[in-house]
Design a binder for this molecule. Structure first.
Ligand code: NAP
Ligand code: ZN
Length: 342
């Protein structure tokens, strides 16, 4: 079968490999779709730890073609989405239920072979069934949506809350939609590209601002701003110093800031601790998808989240290394590797 292998840092190729054989408790899944994520670019350049040689791809779904011994609750021919993050279940964090903070965390498509391939092995506890009637491409959105859901849960958005989302990539655009579903009545997206601001407003944002056109703090929190005094919740999804610094200034007193984006280890930002103290801000980090994959899969299946609008391009596996080697094109939100393309 074909697989896209990270042979070593900087070396990414599609080549023939042996079709894997499911061990006990494993599903052999014929991949229908696998999304390209910014993390794949970080993995290629060694900016995020991985264990090459390895097949990349952690946003996948497909059809169960075979099962190892001891698999229960799955049928051949069913469609599943994979939760790539495998916790050990035994370490103190796992025992406390914080499986995303597992000391021995492994991930499909990072530390073991993933979904940029014709087939992927998925341990049964990582597999979540989704309907065969669903557009197969939509399965690729369960994993990023599960990460956003964790952030939304941490933010404790209530009916009537006001929210600012910083950064209009796929994570920001999914978060805008989840914030509305969670009951926020004001959801403002800040992102530089006009096409993404327009898209966000189509997807439910009540307003948007362009951070390259002026000070968004005044535009949002000022006396004549969109939400004078600041918002209940800020969700940072851009991953640049500027937006992290904006996040604490946009929240109103008693408000919540959730950092969803990944900044490089060692990067620093400038925040006034006095501001956090004096205005009693809750500043939280939200890492991956603990216990949220099932809900994300159900949300995608329900059609309540528009994922179709986020698909910029569909490509073949052979085209994928070139796409991952380059930064996203202007306006591009999500690129999917779809089986049978090209
Ligand atoms: P992305 O496509 O790179 O999106 C980030 C967006 O931020 C860009 O599209 C850019 O859009 C916008 N941006 C850049 N500078 C900005 C600024 N100064 N002000 C406002 N917006 C700005 O990435 P993504 O896939 O959506 O992911 C977002 C972040 O979440 C990444 O850091 C990713 O690593 C992280 N992530 C975290 C988790 C988790 O578990 N917490 C899971 C998945 C991803 P414009 O060009 O329009 O400004
Ligand atoms: Zn653990």
């Amino acid at each position: 079968m074909k697989a896209m292998r990270l042979e070593s840092i900087g070396n990414l190729f599609v080549r023939e490999v042996d079709k894997p054989v499911p061990g006990p408790g494993d599903l052999l899944v014929r991949v229908e779709v696998c999304g390209i994520c910014g993390t794949d670019r970080h993995l290629l350049h060694g900016e995020f730890p991985s264990t090459p040689p390895v097949t990349l791809g952690h946003e996948f779904s497909g059809i169960i073609e075979a099962m190892g011994a001891d698999v229960q609750g799955f049928k051949l021919g069913a469609r599943i989405t994979g939760d790539p993050n495998i916790s050990c279940g035994r370490c103190p964090q796992c025992q406390a239920g914080r499986i995303n903070l597992c000391r021995n965390l492994k991930a499909i498509g990072i530390s073991r072979d993933g979904g940029f391939a014709d087939y992927v092995i998925v341990p049964q506890k990582q597999a979540f069934e989704i309907p065969l009637s669903l557009d197969p491409r939509f399965g690729a959105f369960c994993e990023p949506l599960a990460c956003c859901l964790h952030g939304i849960d941490m933010a404790e958005i209530k009916a009537g809350s006001s929210v600012v989302v910083l950064g209009g990539g796929v994570i920001g655009l999914l978060t805008v939609q989840l914030a509305r579903l969670a009951g926020a009545t004001t959801v403002i997206l800040s992102t530089r590209q006009e096409a993404k601001r327009k898209l966000a407003e189509r997807l439910g944002a009540t307003g948007s601002v362009d951070p390259s056109a002026g000070d968004i703090i005044a535009q949002i929190t000022g006396p004549d701003g969109l939400v004078p005094g600041g918002v209940d919740v800020v969700i940072e999804c851009a991953g640049v110093a500027e937006t992290v610094e904006q996040s604490t200034r946009l929240a109103k007193a008693g408000g919540t800031v959730v950092i969803l984006s990944v900044m490089a280890q060692g990067d620093k930002v400038s925040i006034e601790p006095f501001d956090i103290l004096f205005r009693e801000l809750r500043v939280l980090g939200s890492f991956i998808n603990p216990h949220t994959h099932r809900r994300a899969a159900d949300l995608v299946a329900s059609g309540r989240i528009d994922v179709e609008a986020l698909i910029s391009r569909e490509i073949s596996l052979d085209e994928a290394p070139e796409v991952i080697r380059h930064p996203p094109a202007p306006g591009e939100v999500k690129v999917l590797v779809v089986a049978g393309k090209g």
